[in-house]
Design a protein around this ligand. Structure first.
Ligand code: ZN
Length: 408
């Protein structure tokens, strides 16, 4: 190993995420891989020929993970430009109408998606999980400078759509990542098949989970706002069998959907018993505070997830339900809504939580030997003197910081 190809990045603070922040710390890196993380003085002695890049009054952190976005809805930003004055199903109606008018694909949709993907990268996202059904995410994955995982979304609740969806799924390439939209929009047999396929291929399986409260009513009783909406759209054919009791997680368990590679997105309306089931199966959760706030779908039980040993991921969701797609803002909104959750825990969600949720924590999510050297250098104010102030600054003010990306 030629010592002169080793580079040390030093800074006022290094935030490894899986250990305490290191004052006057650094990372040694070679060919884009981290060799070591520690105090700069020690790294300097260990790698005497290394080039040293000093990032003086800054914090070095791992790149962030946005575990849930729909890039193909980026051109529908008008939907979230002013506060919502309708229910969840009213918002879906508006989304479908606007998309009919502007087109689901084409120049406008593609340009808006590309712009959002570029902004995501600039704002510090190293890993982005996109869900869509137009192929726009897939086409952007190749040019995204970090890693973009494009999931093809399946939906269709009515029996009559089942055969076509099963056929389409059977024709997918083994490398294609697939997701189910939501329990209220996707036939149970299709969900079961999607999960079986993902399990066989070792893929993560994301699904919108317990987002509107009306989903539980549909699953238990087969009625309510969601059922009325589906009926009006002509997809309620009577084939859905309500459980009579329980909620979305019980329903998923019955379908065999739950394991450590299932990613439940939103996961707002779940009971303590359902959280115990999720924790027991190692299920992952992705929280989207900005989207939940805009759609007024409720507040997820974040403290309970953490107390059950789960580390949620964070996601922005799309421009159609969130006026600003910044994971830093998601951290701040979560901190404001959950004073009992510490800033260090929130920063862990935005990095390691996302990497675990997407099955990428061997490569990303913390600063440790053997991981990818995708670092952020975040300028710090003078008065950051201890760990707590450091995490509070990152969570509460990170969105305004003019950060640098360091990717070798
Ligand atoms: Zn979503």
């Amino acid at each position: 190993m030629a010592p002169d190809s080793i580079r040390i990045h030093s800074a006022a603070w290094v935030v490894p995420v899986d250990g305490a922040p290191i004052r006057n710390g650094g990372v040694a890196e070679k060919d884009g891989m981290l060799l070591e993380v520690g105090e700069t003085a020690r790294l300097g002695r260990q790698y005497p020929g290394a080039t040293v890049n000093e990032h003086r009054r800054m914090a070095l952190t791992p790149a962030l993970v946005n575990a849930h976005i729909h890039l193909e809805l980026s051109h529908l930003a008008a939907l979230a430009a002013s506060p919502l004055d309708t229910a969840f199903t009213g918002w879906i109606n508006r989304l479908l109408q606007l998309r009919d008018r502007l087109g689901a694909t084409g120049e406008l949709a593609e340009q808006a998606a590309r712009r959002i993907a570029e902004n995501q990268y600039r704002s510090g996202i190293g890993l982005l999980a996109d869900i869509g059904n137009t192929g726009i995410g897939r086409s952007l994955a190749a040019s995204f400078p970090g890693q973009l995982l494009p999931f093809a979304e399946y939906l269709g609740l009515a029996e009559r759509s089942l055969a076509k969806n099963m056929q389409r799924l059977a024709q997918e390439d083994d490398a294609a990542l697939c997701s189910g939209h939501a329990p209220y929009s996707t036939h149970p047999r299709l969900l079961r098949r999607l999960k079986e396929r993902a399990r066989t291929l070792g893929h993560v399986f994301p699904i919108h989970t317990a987002e509107p409260a009306a989903e539980g009513e549909m699953i238990r009783e087969g009625r309510g706002e969601m059922v009325e909406f589906i009926r009006q759209r002509g997809f309620w054919d009577g084939s859905f069998v309500p459980r009579g009791s329980g909620g979305t997680i019980h329903y998923f368990r019955d379908l065999g959907l739950l394991d450590s590679r299932t990613l439940c997105i939103h996961a707002i309306h779940v009971t303590d018993e359902e959280i115990r089931i999720m924790a027991g199966e190692g299920v992952k959760v992705c929280l989207c505070p900005g989207s939940n706030q805009f759609l007024r779908t409720g507040t997820p039980p974040v403290r309970a997830y953490l107390d059950h040993g789960m580390l949620p991921a964070l996601g922005t969701d799309s421009s159609a339900s969130n006026p600003r797609l910044s994971l830093w803002r998601e951290m701040r909104l979560l901190a404001m809504a959950h004073p009992a959750v510490q800033a260090a825990e929130i920063f862990r969600m935005a990095t390691l939580g996302g990497a675990q949720a997407l099955g990428m924590d061997r490569h990303l999510g913390t600063l440790a030997a053997g991981k990818k050297a995708d670092l952020l250098a975040v300028p710090l104010p003078e008065d950051v003197e201890n760990e707590e102030q450091l995490y509070r600054f990152l969570v509460e003010h990170g969105e305004q910081a003019e950060l640098d990306r360091i990717l070798q």
